[in-house]
Design a protein around this ligand. Sequence first.
Ligand code: PMP
Length: 288
Amino acid sequence: MIIYLNGEFVPKEEAKVSVFDHGLLYGDGVFEGIRAYDGRVFRLEEHIDRLYDSAKTLDIQVPLTKEEFAEAILETLRKNNLRDAYIRPVVTRGVGDLGLDPRKCGTPTVFIVATEWGAMYGDLYEKGLTAITVSVRRNPAEAMPPNVKSLNYLNNILAKIEANYKGGDEAIFFDTRGNVAEGSGDNIFVIKNGAIITPYTLNNLRGITRHVVLEVAASLGVQVNEQNLGYFDLYSADEVFVTGTAAEVAPITKIDGRIIGNGQPGPITRQLMAGFTTVTRKEGTPIY
Ligand code: PMP
C-alpha cells in the first residue's frame, strides 16, 4: 500500500507522523471519506470543498490548492492500482509543542490513504439495521459545529460505544434540544405517508450522500421535507434509513426495540438505494 504523505508517495511502513502532531495530540485537524466506483471518484469536488471549508473554520491553511489536492487523491489511487476504493484524506494542524497554541505549529500535515472497502454493513442492506437512540447528545453547534468534519470524533465514538453495548448496529443521536440529529457516521431520514423527512443540517454533518439521495428523491418525484424530528417520528415512521459515504444508503428496520414499518427495508428506501447505486456508477472524476 502506498500512502501520500506531505507531497511524497511512500510505502505504508514509512508513512509515519510525529507524536508532536496536533492531529494526534488534540484531534486538531480535518478529514474526508470519499469513495471511488468503477474507476471514478464520486463527488470529488464536493468532498474537497467540504474539507477546505472544515479547515477554514478551524483556521487551518491547507498547503495545497484544491486542484493539487484532487490530483494527489487521484495519484494515490493510481499508485495503488485501485478502481473501487475508500479514500481518507487528512489535514492536521501540523507539528507543534505540547501546548495548544496553533501558532506554534508548522505546516499542516497532509496524508491520503486509499484502500479497498466493500459494503460496510454486509447483509444488513437486505435485512435492515438495528439502531439505538443514545443518551449522549450530538455536539451543539455553539460548542463545535457538527458541520466541521474534524479529527475529533469522540462525540461520535461515545455514541457508537453506547450502541454497541445496547446491541445496535448504529447509534442515533439527538441534539441538546431533543431533535433527531444523525447517526454516529451518517445522516438520517424518515419516510412517512410517502414523503421523506430529514433534519435540517445544523445539528449534523452536511452529508454529501444526503445531498445525492435528495437529488435521487427529486428525480423519482418523492417529496422531501427538512424539519425537526423527535423520537415519536422515528418510532412511528413507515421507513427509516441512513446515508453516508462509507454506509451508502442503509435501511433501519428496528429502533430501540420498535419494529419500523413491517420490519423489512421499505419500498421507497429500496428505490433510493437502487437510484444511488445507479448515480455512483455513472458519474465521477476519472482516475485513469
Ligand atoms: N454524519 C457524520 C457524523 C459522518 O461522519 C458522516 C460520514 N462522513 C456523515 C454524516 C455522512 O456524510 P457523507 O455522506 O458526506 O459521507
